[in-house]
Design a protein around this ligand. Structure first.
Ligand code: 6PG
Length: 262
């Protein structure tokens, strides 16, 4: 365990957060790909929901070459159990915001295989796909992604790790189908150990609606069942919180974080 100091970067509002994240992410990719001996592509897990959409749109508008998309493999940290053209699909959100506008090779886009039917099969097929395409480090049981982007719900869920659901206690599998009673549906989601194996994990959280959830994430008693986002603690990676001021509100910062007010 290499102790790192959590980074908290705070922007004025949702738009400036999206603008900031659309610069922060390419810089992370460039820094990583410039590392000596770096050969394999940058593996980026995208989050779903609405927050990342604007950042992705801005990424798509960046000058050519800001991101060498042929050096990036895209995966999804979670997916709704709907076909990829469904209005609820996280894949569709990313396709419309980014994929349709940048020349990323199709073989670099690893969406969940055939969501919308048997969620358990989609989850296990996705895990097999990830194991076949992502670098495994000798002795590690989880592939090491370069960056996992996460959102957070106002119930302190992240990815599709919702309060009181079975996926929260998964310690072996990479991806599971998670029944979410409050949504009366199954989701396909990365598990906490897969997320925590990543080199960088970045929460992208904005809006006053998320203020209380962020305060519980940071300051409530440890209760992973109640506050699933508390499960996120990279084993050997860096944890980032990219926030806007409304989401931070007057919540005290956790002890010993590095903060940048932007
Ligand atoms: C999803 C997400 C989920 C999302 C949060 C926040 O599929 O919905 O992965 O974890 O990040 O629910 O959603 P918003 O960004 O829409 O608030």
């Amino acid at each position: 365990m290499i102790p790192t100091t959590d980074q908290v970067h705070v922007c004025n509002d949702a738009e400036s957060l999206a603008q900031y994240a659309a610069v922060w992410l390419p810089r992370l990719i460039q820094r990583t790909m410039a590392e000596p001996e770096r050969k394999q592509p940058f593996v980026l897990a995208l989050s779903g929901g609405s927050t990342p959409k604007r950042m992705l749109e801005l990424l798509a508008e960046q000058p050519a070459g800001t991101v060498n998309w042929q050096d990036v493999i895209l995966v999804w940290g979670d997916e709704r159990n709907v076909p990829p053209d469904h209005e609820e699909s996280n894949f569709r959100m990313v396709r419309e915001a980014l994929l349709d506008k940048v020349g990323i090779p199709a073989e670099n886009v690893l969406g969940v295989p055939a969501p919308g039917g048997d969620a358990g099969k989609a989850a296990s097929d996705y895990a097999s796909l990830l194991r076949s395409r992502l670098p495994m480090i000798e002795g590690q049981s989880f592939p090491v992604l370069d960056c996992v982007l996460l959102g957070m719900g106002d119930d302190v869920h992240t990815a599709s790790l919702f309060p009181g659901t079975k996926a929260l206690s998964e310690t072996k599998r990479l991806v599971v189908a998670n029944h979410v009673p409050k949504l009366d549906t199954h989701r396909i989601t990365f598990t906490a150990p897969l997320i925590n194996a990543a080199r960088h994990v970045a929460f992208l959280i904005c809006g006053e609606k998320k203020k209380d959830a962020l305060a519980r994430l940071w300051h409530a008693e440890k209760d992973f069942d109640l506050y699933p986002a508390q499960l996120i603690r990279p084993e050997n990676g860096q944890l980032w919180y990219l926030l806007d001021k409304p989401a931070l509100g007057d919540t005290p910062l956790p002890a010993s974080v590095m903060v940048q007010m932007l």
